[in-house]
Design a protein around this ligand. Structure first.
Ligand SMILES: Nc1ncnc2c1ncn2[C@@H]1O[C@H](COP(=O)(O)OP(=O)(O)OP(=O)(O)O)[C@@H](O)[C@H]1O
Ligand SMILES: [Mg+2]
Length: 345
C-alpha cells in the first residue's frame, strides 16, 4: 500500500475523534423566523453571531448570555432577551405518530428503472431525505445519477416525481448524450428531459455549499419544481482541499453545514437528495470488503439511506443496502445498459 493511502486512512479514521457536530434536525425551527428576526439583532450583529457559529435559532436558544454577548458585542441584558425570544419562537417539534405517518405517505419514490433495485430500497429513491451511494471507480454512481435525473421527470404513477432536477457536478461527469439515450429508454422526449435538468459545475467546496443554498431561490423565486438534487460527488472537493493539512475538524464542520442545507431542502420541499461518495481502503480488514465510505460519522448520520455499489460478475453491478431506517439490509444485481439501469441485459 502506498504511503499516500496509508496517510489518508489515518486522517480519515481521525474524523471520528475530531468531529463533534452531529447533524441536527432542522424541523424544530418555527417556519420563516431566523436569527435576523430576533429583537436587537441587526444585520451586523446577525453576521457576528453567524461567524461565531450561532447560525440557527436552536443554537441561540441553548447559548449562555455571556457567550452570546461576547460573540455579538451586545449587552448582557439584550443577550438574555435574544435568548428568551429564540426559545419562545422555537417550536420544539413534537409531532404525533399519526402526523408522521401522514408525512410518510407524502414520500415520493423515484424509480431506477430496475425492479430489483427499486424493491431493495422500498420502491425507489425517497423524497424527504438523503440517499447516498458509495463505491469504487466505475461502480455506477454517476450512471445512476443520470438515470434518476431522467426518471424524476416521469409522472408519479409511472415511478417519477413529475419534477425538475438540480445537478451539482463537482467532477464534470454530467453527459447530456447519456441523458438522451436514457430518456429514450423511459419513453420520454430527450429535449424535454434535458430542459428539466439544471446542471451547475461546482469549482470548490465553498462554491458547492453556496450552490446548494441557491436551490431554495430556484424553487421559490423561479418556481422550478425541484424534486431531485444530485451532488456528484459530495466529497471530492472537501477531500482534496483538506488533504494533509491537519484541518479535518474544519472540513467536517463545513461538511456538516452543507449536509444541513441539503437535509433542510429535502424536508421542506419534499424532494429527494442523491449524493455519491468515494471509498477508501481499510488496512485492518481481514475478512469481507476492505473498503469503506469516506466522510466520517457526520455523513453517515446525514444519509438516511446508504447503498454500497460495486462491480459484479459478467459486467453486472451489485447494490447493497447497508443502512435504512425502515428496510432490512439486502443486495441486488443490476446492469447498466444504453437505456439506463436494468435487471438483465
Ligand atoms: N451505455 C452504457 N452501457 C453500459 N455500460 C455503460 C454505459 N455507459 C457507461 N457504462 C459503464 O459505466 C461505468 C462508469 O460508471 P460511473 O461513471 O457511474 O462510475 P462511478 O461510480 O461514478 O465512478 P467514479 O468514482 O469514477 O466517479 C463504465 O465503466 C461503463 O462500464
Ligand atoms: Mg462518477
Amino acid at each position: 500500500m502506498s504511503e499516500e493511502i496509508i496517510n489518508e486512512n489515518i486522517e480519515e479514521s481521525n474524523e471520528d475523534i475530531e468531529e463533534t457536530n452531529i447533524v441536527e434536525e432542522e424541523s424544530s425551527v418555527e417556519e420563516n423566523f431566523t436569527i435576523n428576526d430576533l429583537p436587537g439583532v441587526g444585520p451586523a450583529t446577525a453576521e457576528k453571531l453567524k461567524d461565531a457559529g450561532y447560525d440557527t435559532l436552536l443554537s441561540v436558544a441553548v447559548a449562555s448570555p455571556s457567550k452570546l454577548g461576547e460573540a455579538s458585542g451586545v449587552s448582557d441584558a439584550i443577550a438574555r432577551k435574544i435568548i428568551q425570544v429564540a426559545r419562545e419562537k422555537l417550536n420544539m417539534g413534537f409531532e404525533t405518530g399519526l402526523d408522521l405517518l401522514k408525512k410518510r405517505e407524502q414520500v415520493i419514490r423515484i424509480t431506477t428503472g430496475s425492479k430489483n433495485f427499486d424493491a431493495l430500497i422500498g420502491g425507489g429513491f425517497e423524497s424527504g431525505s438523503i440517499t447516498e451511494c458509495f463505491g469504487a471507480y466505475g461502480s455506477s454512481k454517476t450512471q445512476l445519477a443520470h438515470v434518476l435525473a431522467v426518471s424524476t421527470k416521469l409522472p408519479k404513477e409511472k415511478g417519477g416525481a413529475d419534477g425538475a432536477v438540480v445537478w451539482i457536478d463537482t467532477e464534470g461527469t454530467f453527459r447530456p448524450e447519456r441523458i438522451k439515450q436514457i430518456s429514450e429508454g423511459f419513453g420520454l422526449k430527450y429535449k424535454d428531459v434535458l430542459e428539466n435538468i439544471k446542471v451547475v459545475r461546482a469549482f470548490n467546496s465553498d462554491h458547492q455549499m453556496l450552490l446548494a443554498e441557491k436551490v431554495e431561490e430556484l424553487i421559490n423565486k423561479e418556481n422550478v419544481p425541484v424534486k431531485l438534487i444530485i451532488v456528484d460527488s459530495l466529497m471530492s472537493h472537501f477531500r482534496s482541499e483538506f488533504m494533509g493539512r491537519g484541518t479535518l475538524a474544519d472540513r467536517q464542520q463545513k461538511l456538516n453545514k452543507h449536509l444541513h442545507v441539503l437535509i433542510r431542502l429535502a424536508h421542506t420541499y419534499n424532494l429527494a437528495v442523491y449524493i455519491t461518495n468515494q471509498v477508501m481502503s481499510k488496512p485492518d480488514t481481514f475478512f469481507g470488503d476492505p473498503t469503506e465510505a469516506i466522510g466520517g460519522h457526520i455523513l453517515h448520520h446525514a444519509s438516511a439511506t446508504r447503498l454500497y455499489l460495486r462491480r459484479g460478475k459478467k459486467g453486472s453491478r451489485v447494490a447493497k443496502l447497508v443502512d435504512s431506517p425502515s428496510l432490512p439490509d439486502g443486495e441486488c444485481i443490476f446492469y447498466i445498459t444504453d437505456e439506463g439501469v436494468r435487471d438483465d441485459v
